[in-house]
Design a protein around this ligand. Structure first.
Ligand code: SF4
Length: 240
C-alpha cells in the first residue's frame, strides 16, 4: 500500500484567510534531528555574526553579501578579518579596492564582491548618512542586494519578520512538500502565505542548518531525519 504524507494544515488562517501549515512541528522535528546528529552546535555564518556582532546591521549586510555561494566557515573567518582592518562603514567606503580584494581573496567571486561591498558602503555613507536602511525597498536598491540578502538583513540585523529564501530553504520546502515552486522568489511568496509570522525570524537559520547537515542537496540523510513521515520526497522514494 502506498504511504501518504501526513503534512496537514493548521486550523487557523492568516489575515487573508489562507490556511497555515504546522511549521512548529516541522521546526521541532528538525531541531531534534540536528540535536541527535550532534550538529546543533554548528551555527550558520549569519547566526554566528548576529551573535558575535550584537546584530550590527552593517556587518551583517557585508557578511551576507560575502556569504553568497560560499562555505559558512570561510565566510565567518573572512568577515572577521575584513572588520579587523576596517572598523566601520566610512573606513570601508574609503578603502583601497585592491586591499579589500587581498583580504577576501579566498572567498568565491572575490573580485565582484570586493567592488560590491565598496559601492554599498559608499552609498550607505552618502545616501543613508552611514546607517544601514531597515526597509526592504531601500535595501533592494543597493547594488548586488537581492531579496535573499535584503531579507537576511531584516531578520538578522533588525529582528524584522521576513523569510530569506536561499538554496536550502527552497530545496527543503519543496522536498517536504509545503510548497511546489520553481524558484526562490516564488518559494518566498508561498511561504509568507502559509507560515505564521511568529516563526519567520527563526525559519531561515533552522532550515539552513538542516540543509547543511541533514537534508543535503545530494544524498540527504533521510534515515536519521525525523521528517520522514511527512516528507513528500522521502515518501515518494519509498513508493517507487
Ligand atoms: S526525509 Fe530526507 S528529503 Fe525529507 S526532509 Fe528529511 S532528509 Fe530531507
Amino acid at each position: 500500500m502506498k504511504k501518504k504524507s501526513k503534512l496537514k494544515l493548521q486550523n487557523n488562517n492568516n489575515n487573508n484567510g489562507q490556511e497555515l501549515i504546522k511549521i512548529e512541528n516541522i521546526l521541532n522535528k528538525m531541531k531534534t534531528t540536528l540535536y541527535y546528529s550532534e550538529n546543533l552546535s554548528r551555527l550558520t555564518a549569519l547566526k554566528e555574526l548576529q551573535m558575535e556582532e550584537d546584530n550590527d546591521p552593517f556587518k551583517i549586510l557585508i557578511g551576507t553579501i560575502l556569504s553568497a555561494r560560499s562555505r559558512d566557515e570561510n565566510t565567518s573567518k573572512i568577515v572577521r578579518k575584513l572588520f579587523q582592518k576596517y572598523k566601520n562603514v566610512i573606513e570601508l567606503a574609503n578603502a583601497d579596492l585592491n586591499d579589500i580584494k587581498s583580504i577576501i581573496h579566498s572567498i568565491g567571486f572575490y573580485n565582484t564582491k570586493s567592488e560590491r561591498i565598496k559601492q554599498v558602503s559608499k552609498i550607505i555613507v552618502e545616501k543613508f548618512h552611514g546607517i544601514v536602511p531597515n526597509e526592504i525597498e531601500d535595501l533592494l536598491g543597493l547594488p548586488g542586494v537581492g531579496r535573499k540578502t535584503a531579507n537576511c538583513v531584516l531578520v538578522y540585523a533588525f529582528n524584522k519578520p521576513a523569510i530569506p529564501v536561499d538554496i536550502h530553504v527552497h530545496r527543503i520546502s519543496n522536498r517536504i512538500g509545503i510548497v511546489k515552486t520553481q524558484n526562490a522568489k516564488k518559494t518566498e511568496e508561498e511561504l509568507i502565505k502559509i507560515i505564521d509570522k511568529e516563526y519567520w525570524l527563526v525559519l531561515n537559520n533552522i532550515f539552513v542548518m538542516y540543509g547543511q547537515n541533514i537534508c543535503l542537496p545530494i544524498r540527504p540523510k533521510c534515515q536519521i531525519c525525523n521528517l520522514k513521515d511527512i516528507c513528500n520526497f522521502y515518501i515518494n522514494q519509498q513508493n517507487n
